[in-house]
Design a binder for this molecule. Sequence first.
Ligand code: SF4
Ligand code: SF4
Ligand SMILES: [Zn+2]
Length: 600
Amino acid sequence: MSLQTELTGNPDVVRLSASALDRLEQGCRASAAAKARAAMRPVARERRRYAPWADFPLGLVMAALDAAEFEGADPDIAVGRAVEASRDPVHPGVVRWVLHACQTYLETSESLAAELAAEGVELRPERRPRVVQHGSSPTAMRILTAWGRWYGSPDGALVEFRRMRLRRPLGRPDAPSTLAMAYVAAAGDRVLDPRDVYQAVPVPVEPGPRPRRVRVVEMGLTEPDARTLVDCSPEEVRDAYLGSVRPVAAQLLTGDVRAPGSGCAGCRISGSCEALVRVPGLLGLAGPGTHRRTWSVTTARQYQLCPARAHLRDLRLPAEEADGSATRRGLLVHRWLEAAHGRAPASGTAPGTAPGVRPCTPADLPDPATGELGLAGGLMSPEEYEQAWPYLVRHVEVCPLRGPGEVTGVAPEPRVAVHDTEADVVVVAHPDLLRRVDGRLVYREQKTSLTERGITADNALELVPQLALAVSLIAGGAFGDTRGTVELEQLTPLSGTVISFDAGDPGVVAAARAVLAELAGPWHRDAEFRAEPGPWCRFCPVSRWCGDAFRAEEGPFITVDGLVIDPVTGEVLESGGRTTSRVEAIGDALDEADDDEPPF
Ligand code: SF4
Ligand code: SF4
Ligand SMILES: [Zn+2]
């Protein structure tokens, strides 16, 4: 199917949000294109179910800022009102962040106002957003919108649009989304009723004076920082928009590039999209839960430690950036392996090696003492290479591209998204490497640790749930055939070993499904996400927004399930040759990469 056949209705009404242009670089373009066709509806219609909790913290920030800027309410009163007015319950951690975000925004606003006042310019907040719209009739309209906060000088000569960023400003002045926002500020008209922006066609507007100066400013909501990305005349904005953004917008609207991922859960055409594989019963859960959600092993690991933490990360509240050495080393090793396994083959490929495949060799890993970086050059600093090197050397002996057997279809770090239609959960996975060996699918996960953790074939599915998910994905047909092998490569500075599972073995599949059901079940039923404080609070990236953090243990190490963990590096210092699921959860939760900004 294609977008044309997945949607029905009038294709000539387009309502595009400026921030959707970021999807050209990241996210799924087809989903953005489907969303923009405002007068079309999906052929495969699904009843949308909504979260029974407030799941849009930025919306609360907007409501609170309205109360602060237009009614003069103090931030804490403004936030209290926004929370009270929320249709759904707001998690206490969200309330804390929203208050912080409002205070940060208002303080930064004062600095911006002072800068402009020094130039003799006064800015006032405006309740009514602006839109640009063109069209011959209500059945043929193009509407460009921008979601953020609006300001203007009393004479209308200056218009400023502010885009809010959860953590800190990160946009570029020449990004299509930035220029489109500037264009809405330069050429847009004020709407009569803000509620119409995403509903009416055409949007009723009130033409006003054209500005002589246009600004686009990004505001950090966690870090008090603002970045002025555009500050120029409307003519300059118009030239830049017509020259570089319009073609890009046309490409977004007409292209049909699909990128399955966490965005599939909110996509209009997920009911018909063939890029989103369906595996009913993948997680082994009874019933469809509260609404469609996204789950990954990272979600599970966080939930296992503390439901509040999983919830706050799920809502993308900004996290403290982890900088433990275990996390850093894991990322470095992954980065190197992804580059190595994605290489074009060397000329004179080793006998028995399939074309297009280049196994890692000792020559790729010069001793860091020599100052040479080899393949790591450009990927990491000499210090980082020195840290990753002992693990990478062990990898050479167990490199998945070595064979035996003919290795084909090598895909390092692919992104996999599958819809469990019974649980109504979009499951996202990031295998470290997929390949075929003599035609058979092999799914490899890779793990580094300072010492042996005692992970064996008997306990690996439970201790490393990525493996249980891999077995269930293969057995459920997520990759086409239902047979395959799942491997765990474990690297320490002293050893490189591989444990394998047959994903066609019913006993292995049953064990894997049981692990997933146990991990995902409590999360799937939960609607409160209570805090469960413990020693892991010292690693918690959202403890800043949590009122329940466990603070009793302040010694140099923490002890969980009898194992000693260094809270600075994240290393398990004494494992005694055994580990537990919770200790592994701490390691996995530390590896968690911070997410991108949400797409609006
Ligand atoms: S279901 Fe996923 S892959 Fe398909 S169009 Fe939607 S977001 Fe893209
Ligand atoms: S600080 Fe502790 S209790 Fe609070 S969210 Fe984090 S892990 Fe949970
Ligand atoms: Zn390799």
